[in-house]
Design a protein around this ligand. Structure first.
Ligand code: SPD
Length: 375
């Protein structure tokens, strides 16, 4: 018998077999990995979408405040088309509704604006029989301070205001609002283009109540913000996220949900609620007085209260949610591990809700215009 181990052709064949086997197994691993990485959505499009019925609802919400896929699912499940518009601040939204030219079926104002709109008869009472998923809302987030008797609003998200900062760029991690007056960050910070939020924090920086209506205190807050202007790169709202993730500034005054979003995009960003205290806000779904499709609005609000849909929205938007069923679905342990979603009691004790300030609101609007137009 010839010694085949001495033949060159034999060894070439062996090498070829090994290479083919290795390539095949690497391919298998890739396929297995792909299967493991597949993201299971919280909610999915129905297999048999309902054809459009011709019914519509008109929704007016903050920018970047919903996963648009949830709207697609709602439309496919109900056949109701959603006409969706966005606003940047409570004040912009209020002006549009109060002028009366636009009829929306669902709006999402913050606490103090819910309070104002109730007082001015701009909202209608909610028929809870048509919102069974309200049972998913944790009672801790039902605040009678702005909706006495819990009649007009369904909690959607909540959060705090604080400082988002770039850990690699700041000299030390901020703990105080004083950071926003620090010359080190000249032309290196963003402030919120939102009168109530920014003036509220300026009042806290001056050592006053963030709901103050005292003209002398407000004047001091105004002077502080005017003195701060040379440090401010821009007054922004939703744009702050791209700008901070892109490293355009070292610090920014932000709402906590935007901080969560930015921190998920960049390991260099962190968030703090300063030691002097801050604002805690609750944004809620409401039906305006002049809604044209109340039953469609109720269906949409109930849909957004569904655990799978609220989880999907949280995953996309980043703002903390009051929906205990959604938190359970996502895994309460992981959700609560974030100090942004679950701030220590000591922090919460130092946070206050904005109140509607009646006719003193005009003073805020006037002061804000003066600050923004000051050169
Ligand atoms: N992207 C929009 C986020 C809206 C957050 N609402 C904040 C309300 C503060 N009073």
């Amino acid at each position: 018998m010839k010694n085949i181990f001495k033949k060159k052709g034999f060894w070439l064949l062996v090498i070829l077999v090994i290479v083919v086997a290795l390539l095949a197994s690497a391919g298998e691993e890739e396929i297995i990995e792909e299967e493991e990485e597949e993201v299971i959505p919280w909610a999915a499009m129905p297999e048999n979408p309902v054809p459009m019925t011709g019914e519509t609802i008109s929704v007016y919400n903050w920018g970047d405040y919903i996963d648009s896929e949830t709207i697609d699912i709602f439309e496919a499940e109900t056949g109701i088309r959603v006409i969706y518009e966005t606003f940047e601040t409570n004040e912009d939204m209020y002006a549009k509704i109060a002028m009366g030219g636009s009829a929306y079926d669902v709006i999402i104002p913050s606490d103090y604006m819910v309070e104002r709109m109730i007082q001015e008869n701009l909202l209608q009472k909610i028929n809870w029989e048509n919102i069974p998923n309200v049972a998913n809302i944790d009672e801790r987030f039902i605040h009678e301070s702005y909706d006495p008797g819990f009649e007009y609003s369904v909690p959607y998200t909540w959060g705090t205001m604080g400082i988002l900062y770039n850990t690699g760029a700041v000299l030390e991690a901020p703990t105080s609002w004083e950071t926003l007056m620090d010359e080190t960050y000249k032309m290196d910070m963003f402030m919120l283009n939102s009168p109530r939020d920014t003036l509220g924090i300026a009042l806290v920086m001056c050592g006053y109540d963030l709901n103050s209506t005292d003209p002398a205190q407000l004047e001091e807050a105004k002077q502080l913000l005017i003195a701060q202007k040379p440090l401010v790169l821009a007054y922004v709202v939703d744009e702050v996220k791209d700008k901070m993730v892109g490293g355009e500034a070292s610090v920014a005054l932000v709402w906590s949900g935007d901080a969560t979003f930015c921190m998920s995009e960049s390991d260099e960003l962190s968030y703090v609620v300063p030691k002097e205290g801050s604002n805690i806000f609750y944004d809620s779904m409401c039906i305006p007085h002049n809604a044209r499709n109340v039953s469609g609005a109720e269906k949409f609000i109930d849909f957004l209260c569904r655990a799978d849909i609220a989880a999907m929205n949280y995953d996309y938007v980043g703002y903390a949610i009051p929906n205990k069923a959604a938190i359970e679905l996502m895994g309460a342990e992981e959700y609560n591990a974030s100090p942004v979603n679950n701030p220590p009691q000591e922090t919460l004790d130092k946070c206050q809700v904005f109140k509607y300030l009646g006719d003193k609101t005009q003073l805020y609007d006037q002061i804000w215009t003066e600050i923004i137009s000051e050169f």
